[in-house]
Write a protein that binds this ligand. Structure first.
Ligand code: SF4
Length: 180
């Protein structure tokens, strides 16, 4: 897997102060994507042990709430093997830190793929929050939390898997309706 950047003390891509891994590779090619430079899976730096240590050193810090995996798409097919190993290791080494993951796939698409993809199954069973779906320019809003367009959901993954239905971690629709 290749990656473009590791950013630290990030406040925009999840709750608290987070380390963010920006991976290469995305097959969705959404119109007006702000990260089109990350689409090519062969571009960027090799995600090696040095890069992993850089992330783990951040996660060791008390103020670091956890990691956000973004890109690109961490669930791009060519990334799933490396991401499944990474989230498993983070979960074991840092059980108190949260793992958020952005993907262009929808929750429903991932559920369809899950039973035939061990890596995806491992990923979904080790992350806390999934931010799903392609970016849709006509649904873009600056009011909503953590995602770019209102079709994208912020999903509580452990609860959704347990209840066998999509459970939102943050409900942006209330913000758009002016309820909160
Ligand atoms: S899924 Fe994300 S990174 Fe991929 S094209 Fe859409 S907005 Fe860009």
């Amino acid at each position: 897997m290749k990656y473009h950047n590791i950013t630290k003390a990030d406040m925009l891509n999840g709750e608290g102060l987070r380390v963010v891994l920006w991976v290469s590779g995305c097959s969705h090619h959404c119109h007006a994507c702000q990260n089109a430079m990350t689409w090519d899976p062969n571009d960027g730096l090799l995600f090696d042990d040095i890069a992993k240590k850089e992330i783990f050193d951040e996660l060791e810090k008390d103020w670091c709430s956890g990691i956000t995996l973004s890109g690109g798409d961490p669930l791009f097919l060519g990334n799933r093997d490396a991401i499944s190993k990474l989230v498993k290791e983070i979960r074991e080494k840092f059980p108190n830190k949260t793992i958020w993951l952005y993907t262009g796939y929808t929750w429903e698409e991932l559920l369809e793929q899950k039973d035939n993809d061990k890596n995806l199954d491992t990923i979904l069973n080790n992350i806390d929050v999934l931010l799903d779906g392609r970016f849709v320019l006509r649904l873009a809003s600056e009011k909503i939390h953590y995602v770019g367009s209102s079709n994208q959901c912020i999903i509580d993954v452990p609860l959704s898997l347990k209840k066998n239905k999509k459970v939102l971690y943050i409900d942006n629709s209330k913000i758009l309706e002016g309820v909160v």
